[in-house]
Design a protein around this ligand. Structure first.
Ligand code: NAD
Ligand code: 0WE
Length: 255
């Protein structure tokens, strides 16, 4: 029996075949999950449709997580097509580009609110809208980064947002635990995705991590996908409210 045979998964955050959400989708599909996907905007729709179709997705819907009406419409579609959710994957973050350089001190009110809305509140909004669809035994997961715990130059408002996201995971886990729904975060090491493109010095960061991490290599979307598969499966039935590191061990190192 495959690890997630017959489970229904909803995946938010595939932009292209480099996306962490795509690594997760491939692992879940390989082990028997039925998957639905969302996208924002026409450019991403063009990339997501063929990817989703290649995994026999029955649901491919638009959803800007900054819009409550999009989230509500998405969950109504899920209700019609699948009638339930066993796996919910939130792999979404956004801050205005100007906020990811220079001093954190210069963060604007609007920059702060946008990062918190799209990267943090969206998880809570999605889980609330999905509440009556989430089956007993369901697994909800999100993606975070160690910039929530220690200062990573230029990560700035996203570090503050990820700290709030990890705290949201704990509060959601406490709320949904009695319904036998688990909520966890995966803290991934740096990976070259669309969200990492154009970040000054990203190459240098990747090379440094690859040379100094215990495993002496960078994290791949397959590494994250396989941990997500475990979190989605009943093998992780006792784990909730947790942040799991999938970063070649980098965060345990000092010098
Ligand atoms: P990505 O660009 O492939 O994925 C980010 C996704 O967020 C995109 O699909 C984009 O469409 C979506 N998104 C942005 N604004 C949205 C909105 N308003 N509504 C709906 N979707 C929206 O990049 P990724 O690196 O795969 O990012 C996925 C997650 O992984 C993010 O939470 C990111 O913070 C996290 N993460 C990334 C890394 C890394 O180094 N790449 C490391 C740790 C954690
Ligand atoms: O969470 C992230 C990236 C999130 C992100 C990226 C962008 C780039 C394009 C959020 N919003 C935007 N907005 C854009 O306009 N990561 C963990 C990857 C990342 O981003 C960094 C990093 C790392 C690692 C930014 C600065 C320093 C390190």
């Amino acid at each position: 029996m495959r690890l997630v045979e017959g489970k229904v998964g909803l995946i938010l955050g595939v932009a292209n075949d480099h996306s962490i959400a795509w690594g997760i989708a491939q692992a879940l599909h390989r082990e028997g999950a039925q998957l639905g996907f969302t996208y924002v905007g026409n450019a991403i729709e063009k990339r997501v449709r063929p990817l989703a179709t290649s995994l026999q997705a029955e649901l491919i819907e638009p959803c800007d997580v900054g819009r409550d009406e999009d989230i509500a419409a998405l969950m109504e579609r899920v209700r019609t097509v699948y009638g339930r959710i066993d796996i919910l994957v939130h792999a979404i973050a956004f801050a205005q580009r100007e906020e990811l350089k220079g001093e954190y001190l210069e963060t604007t009110r609007q920059g702060f609110l946008t990062a918190m809305d799209i990267s943090v509140y969206s998880l809570t909004a999605l889980v609330r809208a999905a509440r009556d669809l989430l089956a007993p035994g369901a697994s909800v997961m999100t993606l975070t980064y160690h910039g929530s715990q220690q200062v990573v130059p230029n990560y700035n408002v996203m570090g503050v947002a990820k700290a709030a996201l990890e705290a949201s995971v704990r509060y959601l886990a406490a709320d949904l635990g009695p319904q036998q729904i688990r909520v966890n975060a995966i803290s991934a090491g740096p990976i070259r995705t669309l969200a990492a493109s154009g970040i000054a010095g990203f190459r240098t960061m990747l090379d440094h991590v690859g040379e100094h991490a215990p495993l002496r290599r960078n994290t791949t979307i397959d590494d994250v996908g396989n941990t997500a598969l475990w979190l989605a499966s009943d093998l992780s039935s006792g784990v909730t409210g947790e942040t799991l590191y999938v970063d070649s061990g980098y965060h345990i190192m000092m010098m």
